[in-house]
Design a protein around this ligand. Structure first.
Ligand code: PLP
Length: 378
């Protein structure tokens, strides 16, 4: 049987069509219009203590966050290594250097102990890091309490890259709302999408004001165009925000569906030896944007790549975990603190289809392919 199961596809079963038609009808589809404000307000309401600025990508949100924290050429910024390149690229845009830090094996996110070693190591070299970029990988909250303690101890601001963690919580607080600045992505395959889009969030009014100013070309509030600083064209447009508003209305439903998909995979694959999952901790609630596995090929007899190829032949899309940034050719020579945790997870890992509209039957079919592979390997 040939299936057609993508890794993560969007679902537009809410008010997307109605709102986007309204946006077009209003004549405002660029960076001015009522849906931008409504989207920001709805997002801020969810975050309770934080305000949100809607932007055109998660990458631009990270770029703005770093710029607002004063990162400049020659600075160093600590960054989780086990992540997508967009977590680190904006550090380079500003002429600063990322310092990569390995992950721990529970949440797969930045390891608090290694983070502290890295901070001390850089301070010993006379370079106190200007910021810390931590990530909630595949939606899984990082060990936020321990990380905040270290950041506070050394007085270094945290940027939370919650691009993949919209709707995830830690101690019932939204991921993104712990750091000095948090960012979200609403790219095409994320848990909610605006086509391309992102947001910067903060509880600090000065940071929010600065983000609004810098994201709209740093235009002064005057009847003519006057600029005192170099700004960016990073604001979200009204058409994207109209879709975002409709998506946001369904976020709780999407999170509970993705969590159910994760629970089903755990149930269906639970008895298979050599297959392990990314785990929620007692305090954390992942949105399980993607369900990710680790495959121990010494036990299963097949590698993650072998499984990827077999799944692909059956029309099932799967994907490697992010290749750690310290292993990326483009970042060669950049300092790295840690061992081989993220490297090992990268080698063993695979993300399985996790779209909101995946059915239990689809999941049973996927697990059947994995089971057949296990039988062949035994
Ligand atoms: C961890 C992480 N950070 C940043 C980004 C960048 O977001 P965007 O694609 O919206 O620029 C993404 C996703 O694409 C991501 O997965």
């Amino acid at each position: 049987m040939h299936l057609s199961l993508p890794l993560s596809s969007p679902v537009f079963d809410g008010n997307e069509k109605i709102y986007s038609e309204r946006a077009i009808g209003s004549g405002h589809i660029a960076t001015f219009g009522g849906f931008i404000t409504k989207f920001e307000q709805k997002l801020s309401k969810r975050l309770k203590t934080h305000e949100a600025v809607a932007l055109n990508s998660g990458t631009s949100a990270l770029h703005l966050a770093l710029a607002i924290l004063g990162v400049e050429a020659g600075d160093e910024v600590i960054c989780q290594s086990f992540t997508f390149c967009a977590s680190a690229n904006p550090i380079i845009y500003l002429g600063a250097t990322p310092i990569f830090v390995d992950s721990e094996l529970d949440s797969w996110n930045i390891c608090p102990e290694i983070l502290e070693d890295a901070i001390l190591g850089r301070i010993a070299k006379g370079k106190k890091p200007k910021a810390i970029v931590l990530v909630h990988l595949f939606g899984m909250p990082a060990k936020i309490e321990a990380l905040l303690e270290i950041a506070t101890k050394y007085q270094i601001p945290i940027i939370e890259d919650a691009a993949e963690a919209v709707g995830s919580t830690y101690n019932n607080v939204s991921c993104g709302a712990f750091g000095d600045i948090g960012i979200f992505s609403f790219n095409g395959n994320k848990i909610i999408t605006t086509g391309g889009g992102g947001a910067l969030i903060s509880s600090n009014a000065t940071i929010i004001q600065r983000a609004r100013y810098l994201s709209t070309q740093a235009r002064e509030d005057l009847p003519y165009y006057q600029h005192l600083e170099i700004g960016f064209n990073y604001k979200m447009n009204n058409l994207a925000a109209s879709i975002g508003l409709a998506q946001l209305e369904q976020l709780d439903e999407f999170v509970s569906k993705r969590r159910k998909i994760n629970a089903n995979y755990k149930k269906l694959l639970g008895s298979f030896e050599g297959i392990a999952f990314q785990k929620d901790s007692e305090n954390s609630k992942s949105n399980f944007w993607l369900t990710a596995l680790l495959i121990d090929n010494k036990i299963t007899g097949f590698t993650s790549d072998r499984l990827r190829v077999v799944l692909k032949k059956r029309g099932i899309e799967s994907r490697f975990l992010w290749k750690p940034l310290h292993m990326q050719p483009v970042f060669s020579g950049i300092p790295f603190y840690g061992g081989n945790n993220s490297e090992q997870m990268f080698k063993k890992g695979l993300c399985l289809p996790s779209s909101v509209n995946l059915t239990l039957k689809d999941q049973e079919n996927i697990v059947e392919v994995i089971a057949q592979e296990l039988v062949k390997a035994s």
